[in-house]
Every structure is written in structure tokens, then in C-alpha cells.
Design a protein around this ligand. Structure first.
Ligand SMILES: [Zn+2]
Length: 125
């Protein structure tokens, strides 16, 4: 029963964090380990600027994939877009390796949890 609650709290934290450009899996683990705390934390964190880019004309932050600045209608050049694509790919590779680490941590946490539950059961027959 407690596992269902932990999965739900983990999922809520992951959804909030992902909407702010953070690692969903990492926040899922965080949310499952510290229910409540992680959700509040996820709500408090600032939006990751990595998903945004700054308009060279008016200095406002717009979506990374935007071709035109919503503030001043500045058109991003093909070259500027290309640099962003390359950055995006590098970041994605970085994120993939981080997700692998998070997956390993998740497995360890689950195994540790099962061991603790079995230990508690053995202590209280
Ligand atoms: Zn602009």
C-alpha cells in the first residue's frame, strides 16, 4: 500500500520537475524517497534556463526552439538555430548518461527497500 503512495508522490514530483526542464527520473526517485518534500521542492525550483534562449535583440528569454522572439519579433538566424541544435544534442547525450545513473540508483533503492521490509518482518514475526 505504501508503495503505491510513494510511486504517486514520485510521479507528481517528476511531472512538475520535467515541466521545468529537469530530469524526470531523478525527481521520481527523489519524490519516492522524500514524499511531500520533493513535491514542494519541485514547485519551488526555478525553471531551467537550458530550455530557454536569450534574444540577442531585446534580452528576453524565449523558448529554445522558437524561430522568432515573441517579445520583439527578432528572427533567429539559421546559424543561431544550428548552434542550438548542436548544444541540444550534446545535452541530450549528457542527460542519457545521467538517466542511466538514476536508473541504477532506483534499482538500488528498490532492493534496499525490499531488504529493509524483509528485515522488519523478520524482527516482528
Ligand atoms: Zn526579442
Amino acid at each position: 500500500m505504501i508503495w503505491i503512495v510513494l510511486i504517486i508522490t514520485g510521479a507528481i514530483a517528476a511531472v512538475i520537475a520535467q515541466s521545468k526542464g529537469r530530469s524526470g527520473l531523478g525527481w521520481f526517485i527523489y519524490g519516492a524517497c522524500f514524499p511531500g518534500i520533493a513535491i514542494i521542492h519541485a514547485l519551488c525550483i526555478k525553471e531551467n534556463k537550458d530550455t530557454k534562449k536569450q534574444c540577442p535583440d531585446c534580452r528576453s528569454w524565449v523558448d529554445r526552439k522558437a524561430k522568432v522572439c515573441k517579445n520583439c519579433s527578432y528572427r533567429f538566424t539559421k546559424k543561431e538555430m544550428q548552434v542550438l541544435v548542436e548544444e541540444e544534442q550534446a545535452k541530450q547525450e549528457n542527460l542519457n548518461s545521467r538517466n542511466k545513473v538514476a536508473a541504477v540508483v532506483l534499482v538500488i533503492v528498490i532492493i534496499a527497500g525490499i531488504c529493509i521490509i524483509n528485515y522488519i518482518k523478520a524482527m516482528n514475526p
